[in-house]
Design a binder for this molecule. Structure first.
Ligand code: ADP
Length: 267
């Protein structure tokens, strides 16, 4: 079983991802697909007059500050437009896909973090009213039920807090937690770059291999959101996933290419 996470940044070719996935699924390979939607969420949030607010933690991680209104826009885009767009593509390709969020059946659970420490104008501030968290528990029963009955699960944030509140969680790390919980053979983190670049944005500086016992030392090469992917990869391999691949989802056969070793392979 392979967990594929496809990002939400500009340039990602969902038709290519779905066509490749459908072909392999029909050949008998089993997948769980996790997706993002950040680019589209930003666009729609702007259009609705509630532009996104990104905050950077003192340790250098960037995240979306998710007040209630942002959470609702986030759900409209991730669980609505993006999720159903992918499910529709797969259905048209003859794959019986089912789209769910981490909130549904509490597939993804974690602690609700109401406040976040953010660096703004050189000062550390505490911002309250955040609806974010980190996935701490994965309830795989529902996912296994779907897989066992022949459905392809298409999953997306948000997750459920232990109190049942919707929380925005990082999709890469959620996919890593799912891959661990499902004992997946591989985790593919597909985005709009060829893989982890030593000198971003120089695509010629692709790092081809990362040893599983040394993933964290590669965090230095990743800026902003790429850091979460590297962190997710570290969590996945530490949790027993044999291979994590950072691959390119912009064209061609993104899943087959990544499984054939294109991109950055963590093993
Ligand atoms: P997605 O939404 O597709 O999951 P993100 O936007 O969260 O992807 O993260 C991927 C982005 O990280 C790339 O588009 C790139 O702009 C950025 N990035 C930062 N540092 C690196 C790096 N060293 N190698 C590759 N991409 C990087």
């Amino acid at each position: 079983m392979i967990v594929v996470k496809v990002g939400g940044s500009a340039g990602i070719d969902y038709d290519a991802v779905c066509a490749d996935l459908a072909q392999r699924w029909k050949e008998g390979e089993r997948f769980v697909l996790v997706h993002g939607g950040s680019g589209e969420t930003n666009r729609i949030a702007e259009a609705l007059g509630h532009p996104p607010r990104f905050v950077t933690s003192p340790s250098g991680y960037t995240s979306r500050f998710t007040d209630r209104e942002t959470l609702e826009i986030f759900e409209m885009v991730y669980c609505g437009k993006m999720n159903k767009g992918i499910v529709e593509r797969l259905q048209r390709l003859g794959v019986n896909a089912v789209g769910l969020s981490g909130l549904d059946g509490r597939i993804l659970e974690g602690r609700h973090k109401d406040s976040v420490r953010a660096v703004e104008n050189g000062k550390v501030k505490v911002l309250r009213g955040d609806h974010t968290g980190t996935v701490e528990r994965v309830n795989v029963d529902l996912v296994k039920l779907l897989l066992g009955a022949g459905y392809l699960p298409v999953l997306t944030p948000p997750a459920a807090s232990y109190e049942g509140v919707a929380i925005n969680v990082d999709g890469d790390r959620a996919a890593a937690a799912l891959a661990v919980a499902l004992n997946a053979d591989a985790l593919l983190l597909l985005s709009n770059v060829p893989g982890l670049l030593r000198e971003y944005p120089d695509e010629g500086s692709l790092i081809r291999e990362i040893p599983a016992n040394d993933v964290e030392s590669y965090l230095d090469f990743a800026q902003d959101r790429m850091k979460k992917k590297v962190l997710g990869a570290a969590e996945a391999v530490q949790g027993g996933v044999k291979r994590v691949i950072f691959g390119d989802a912009r064209a061609g056969k993104p899943i087959s290419a990544a499984l054939a070793g294109a991109g950055t392979v963590v093993s």
